[in-house]
Write a protein that binds this ligand. Sequence first.
Ligand code: NAD
Ligand code: ZN
Length: 392
Amino acid sequence: MRALTYHGKKDVRVDTHPDPEIVNPRDAIIRVTSTAICGSDLHLYDGVIPGVLSGDILGHEFMGEVVETGPGSTLKKGQRVVVPFTIACGTCFFCDKHQFSACDNSNPVDKREISETLYGQPMSGLFGYSHMTGGYPGGQAEYVRVPYSDVGPVVIENDDLEDEQVLFLSDILPTGWMAAENAQIEPGDTVAVWGAGPVGLFAAQSAKLMNAARVIVIDHYPHRLELAAGLGCETINFRDVDVREALNEMTGGIGPDAVIDAVGMEAHGFAVDNMLDIAKQTVGMGADRASALKQALLAVRKGGRVSIPGVYGGMTDKFPLGALMEKGLKIGTGQTHVQKYTKMLLGMIEEGKINTTFLISHRLPLEQAADGYANFRNQQNDWTKVILKPGG
Ligand code: NAD
Ligand code: ZN
């Protein structure tokens, strides 16, 4: 089969691999009909997530048709499914608590060392996201093996729904929702969101659905900010104004009630602090570029809430711990517990309450995936979300 393959920093190619096979009884094989490139994939592409090896198949946002099932799978051949990027067994201590992205069984024992060293505990398994999270082949491919297929995949029975309407149930839609939930929004709140990428846009849309009175989105790409404005959000371009001053002015000197960092470890911007972080990241010293998060911690009101869907890999320097403690802030974060949200969000898509397609800018055949990565990374203003079609 053909699959998007990691060869090194900023070097991905579509190569030929053996077709996947059923390994465990609960596995299923999916023929991928649609898959997407995520901001998280850019962290792999840029070489800032540990444990990615040449030859790895990337991709964790995908859907398709069930073509083979193990004896323990509850799926049936021919069913159309969207697959969560978090691989979860459904029965461990964490899955029982619906903390699916903390599943204790999905990351094989021989892959746990990196995350145990970095985080003190092993990560769970994720599709196409390095050997730190299981080394599972990803879904930017013609076929993919889905472990625990009786737990994760959402069967799409409504043929009237296009792939593009439901594909984002695999990651960014639940991620935006959980980001807003972690911001503990109360009706009437003012919420500020850093990053007008797919995650920030879905977080902003979710915050509105949770009755935030005002949602302010911060980025430096005009077109991405236009998409946010289209959702009824106010916007700040951080190239034009001082973000903290602007937020203070917009909130009567108090600051937003809740802030959401939908940027993560590769923040843009030219503040001295960020430049040092860029330099360290470049020479492999592993410092996450957390300038958006640092700004958010200073901007949020006292007693406010901080939600961090943006991905961080390791350590960061000069973290404003004092702001966090002295202002009495509450923090919520994590890889998304996708399985917890999919059915509810599918219902909202069917009822027309959530718009999932407005952020798609490009549709490419899988064979052009390398161009998709380069453009999604280097032309972020216009390349807002890329869908890949295997066999297309
Ligand atoms: P993206 O790269 O498309 O968007 C990031 C946006 O942040 C860009 O528009 C960029 O211009 C903006 N930005 C950069 N620096 C900024 C700054 N200093 N201030 C304000 N905006 C800034 O990525 P995405 O797909 O939207 O993902 C966003 C983050 O969410 C990534 O870190 C990704 O890894 C993470 N993510 C997390 C989960 C999860 O489970 N928690 C799931 C998916 C994605
Ligand atoms: Zn993703």
